[in-house]
Design a protein around this ligand. Structure first.
Ligand SMILES: CCCCCCCC(=O)SCCNC(=O)CCNC(=O)[C@H](O)C(C)(C)COP(=O)(O)OP(=O)(O)OC[C@H]1O[C@@H](n2cnc3c(N)ncnc32)[C@H](O)[C@@H]1OP(=O)(O)O
Length: 66
């Protein structure tokens, strides 16, 4: 489940362009997973977007609790 999501938009993405999206597991602490993500031009020369996210593992009962 997404607990936190931060997105920095560094440069616009031209309409119709192809981009490279990379995401990696930065670290894992118990039920917390910290993810890094970037969106760049396909040759990697232009950074469009950087993001970090925290995902927390949940049980099905967490969803049912609402
Ligand atoms: C175009 C479409 C775009 C779609 C965008 C996608 C949008 C989505 O992802 S939709 C989902 C949005 N997310 C939600 O609705 C989640 C709502 N929140 C929750 O359900 C709960 O707060 C949940 C599951 C994240 C955490 O609850 P719970 O399982 O009880 O864990 P809890 O005990 O509070 O915290 C666990 C650990 O995470 C940490 N933690 C929890 N939330 C955060 C947070 N926001 N920031 C930092 N740390 C956090 C706690 O500090 C704790 O750390 P530690 O174990 O070291 O003490």
């Amino acid at each position: 489940m997404t607990a936190n999501l931060n997105i920095n938009y560094r440069s616009p993405i031209p309409l119709g362009s192809t981009v490279l999206i990379e995401s990696t597991l930065d670290k894992e602490e118990g039920k917390k997973k910290f993810i890094l993500c970037s969106v760049t031009s396909t040759d990697g020369s232009r950074l469009h977007t950087e993001a970090t996210a925290l995902f927390v593992s949940i049980s099905v009962s967490h969803l049912l609790r609402g």
